[in-house]
Design a protein around this ligand. Structure first.
Ligand code: GLN
Length: 245
């Protein structure tokens, strides 16, 4: 029965948005599906390609520099309607860093305003200095703390939306609110890379489970041996948070 299930991941614009090992996130999703006998494929879409969102179960929008975001944002306006329909239909999205900023209304930089996809009610403004460090969160979506690395000049304001997590160590969305990322329907937007998913298998499984639920009406996932990941996660937690609690 499990072998019949299949997940198709769409990787948007890896030619421009691939700043922080986004392919590591893809490899993690593919492998955790395959270990469970779930078929997995990834389709890479570069700037000129047509995207058929109807084929996709998970969309990954990666990180990019301000310059790359400026180039990509023009293309994003062309696919906005189809992307929004996918999100509103509970399509699963993981958007990291520059990709997270592009989910919102705009990202205002000193060089100009980058128009976003307007899929989630949030906006970003460039602040003084960059927020660069390890980061640890506690998220309602998972049991283990979420560990990653952040490096962003933008400060993101999520209005009334639910954050991805509460910051235990690090800066998060704007360095002040104490929260990081956003969760809207089956969309996660976050500044965490590292890449994110190999370090946080429960977040990876959350995405896969939501995609299975949407496609097959059930999200059963057999457990995997995550002992190495759990050990790495608790090391990071102890190192950055342990002493401060
Ligand atoms: N260019 C954006 C910023 O500096 C996002 C960078 C990134 O993807 N790390 O805020």
């Amino acid at each position: 029965m499990e072998g019949k299930r299949k997940i198709t991941i769409g990787h948007l614009y890896p030619d421009l948005l691939n700043l922080y090992g986004d392919r590591g996130n893809i490899a993690c999703m593919m492998q955790r599906c395959r270990w469970r006998g779930i078929e997995a494929e990834t389709i890479e879409y570069n700037l000129g390609d047509e995207i058929d969102f109807g084929r996709l179960d998970i969309v990954l929008l990666g990180g990019g520099s301000d310059r790359e975001q400026m180039i990509v944002c023009r293309k994003l306006q062309e696919i906005q309607e189809a992307f929004q329909a996918y999100v509103e239909d509970n399509g699963v999205v993981i958007a990291v860093c520059g990709g997270y900023q592009l989910l919102g209304k705009y990202y205002k930089t000193k060089e100009g305003v980058i128009q976003g996809l307007n899929l989630v009610d949030l906006y970003t403004e460039q602040g003084e200095g960059r927020l660069i460090d390890n980061i640890v969160l506690q998220s309602d979506l998972v049991k283990m703390p979420v560990a990653g690395f952040e490096n962003h000049g933008g400060r993101t304001y999520i209005n009334g939306n639910k954050p991805f997590g509460k910051v235990l160590y690090g800066s998060g969305n704007d360095g002040e609110s104490g929260y990081e990322g956003v969760v809207y329907k089956n969309v996660i937007g976050t500044y965490l890379h590292g890449p994110l998913l190999p370090k946080n298998p429960e977040v990876c499984d959350w995405l896969i489970a939501r995609a299975l639920e949407r496609k097959y009406g059930e999200s059963r996932l057999s457990p995997l041996d995550d002992s190495h990941e759990i050990e790495a996660n608790s090391y990071v937690y102890q190192r950055f948070v342990g002493g401060n609690q």
